[in-house]
Every structure is written in structure tokens, then in C-alpha cells.
Ligand binder design. Sequence first.
Ligand SMILES: [Zn+2]
Length: 347
Amino acid sequence: MITDIDKKVKKLPKEKKRIFNKIFRVSVTKGKLVPPKEMYSWIKRNFESVRFVKTQKIVKIDNIITNEGTLFNWLRSKRPIQKAKEMPDLSKEDPFCTPLKLTPADSFGRIKGKYCVTASNIAKYDGLHGLIIFKNHNPLEFNKEQVADYINTAFKWFKAANKEDKKAIYPFLMWNCLWRSGASIIHGHMQLNLTRKRHYNKIEFLRKAAKKYKGNYFNDLFDIHKALGLGLEYKGVKVIANLTPVKEKEIILIGKKMNDNLKEAIYKTVRCFIDKMNVQSFNLAVLMKPIANVKGWEDFPFIVRIVDRGDLTAKTADIGGMELYAGDNVVSSDPFKVANILRRCLK
Ligand SMILES: [Zn+2]
């Protein structure tokens, strides 16, 4: 359990403990409260036991290299949350079902994959902002071959977009699935950006932080997760149930290249999310180096981050002031549980 992280770290061999302390800070605290008797039955209904809420163990983990931090309290998942009475119909036809007629093309045309086609985003947030529209409408249904095809088509789009604007060299690939993730269209799709001048801020920050780190940050990050039982290797891809998840159940994949193994690991991880962890809506992002040679980016790997965005019927947003302004993410899922399920999926 993540609430015992302090004990787990204490048991690590000296060298691993040193690496852990190079990257992380842990603080464990207890939150106490006194509920009136009148609340007891409501508490038992929602939180199982009054004892659970009276004293709550809260674990805070900070990654001091990347300034990412997470506050863990599993009780948060038991909070009563307002839910919509009805789930919107996921199968309803939308413009992405007829992309050649109902979506715009980029100025450099469309790229066709076997299972997808590109489009230009109608309301852009960068000069080059495209879409990979899946042939299959159902956003939760895809196989290994299809995911590889979506990614391959994305890389062809980056190339074509760069031909159009030579100064645009910093790529970003996103897969926002269903509305909790920010996706406005139900139909399965990914988004592509190619930006100018410098990479998107969090990616640029990560590169700088990793460069400043004494040693190989990404290797150390994986090593320490593995030592704690939170990391595994799948066909050369490093897989991590993140100690400082950005939100629920975050998983990070790290590969040297965007090769078949990494694509397969992405496919398997997303399927694991949907099929084994009851995830309905997620964000997946691929962090990568510029498509042209730029000094300082040589060692930057392909980093894939994927996170659960919660129940499709929930009316409450999964992020609030803490995430936006304190920069500490409030999370109820346990990375150790995520790692155990992941291990079964990535065999
Ligand atoms: Zn559709």
C-alpha cells in the first residue's frame, strides 16, 4: 500500500535508498476529526467505518527533480459525488463518422492510414494542430494493429506538417478519450501538435530537469520504481506505476524509440486500463524530442503518460484548486495496486 511507502523505503538497500532520496521526498501525516453521532450512519454508508474517517493517514510524495507531487488518501475515492442520471448515448453518429465530408483537411492534405485518416482541427490551439480520426467510432474499441497504425500515421503527419512549416519541429501527440478527458467528440481520435521555437512547457521543463540531474534521471526513476515493486520491463520498454501520479492510476512508459515494442506496450497498457481497471475516460500523451536535431535533446527518450479521468457519469471535475495552483495532485488510487494489475496485463 502506498500509505506504507515510508516503511518500504526504509527496507530498501542503501544504494537504492540513496537514489530514492535523490528524487523523492515523503511526508506522512494523520488527519483527525470528530464526527457528531448524527453523522455515524451516513459515514458508515459511504466510508464503511467511522474509524476510517476519524484518523486518516495521508501520504505526500514529491518528486523534487520535476516538482511533481501527489497527496494520497484512498478515502477520497469514497466521497459521495453527484452523478448524472443518464449516461449519454456513446454510439450516436457524429462528424468523425464521415471525416472526408464533415471535417476540414490540413493545407497539406490528409494522410490516410489503414484504420484512420487525418484532419485539421477546426479550432486550433497551435499553428499546426491536427487529428487522427479512427475509422472505428467506438473510442474504447481498438486492437494492437490499429493503435500502431494511429501512431504511424501521426508520425507521417508530423513530417508533412514540418514540410509545410520548417520552423515547427516540436511534436506532441495526445489521445484524449471521452469527455472527462477534455475530448469534445465521442468518436475515437488522437490529436497532434507541432510547435515552434521551444517545446511545450512541461516537456521543456522535464528535459532541463533531467539534464541537470546528476546521472541518468529516467534510468534512476525506473530503477527506484522497480526496486519498490512499481516498475517492470516489457520487451525493452520501461513501465512505471508512477509514485507521483498526476491524477488517478497514472502509468508512465519509457522507450528509446517509438518502435513496435513501445507501440505494443502502449496498446496493452490502454487495454489494461479499460478492461482490467474499469477506466472509461483517459488522457494519453507522448512526450518526445524535436523532429529535427536540436542541441540538448539528444538523450530525451519517448515518454508515454496515461491517466484515468474518472467516471463518465460524475458531475464533479477531478481537478480543483490544489492541482491548478498548489501543484499537488490529490489522488485516491494506489500505485501498488496499479502495478499489480499492470504486471498481469504486460506479460
Ligand atoms: Zn463517429
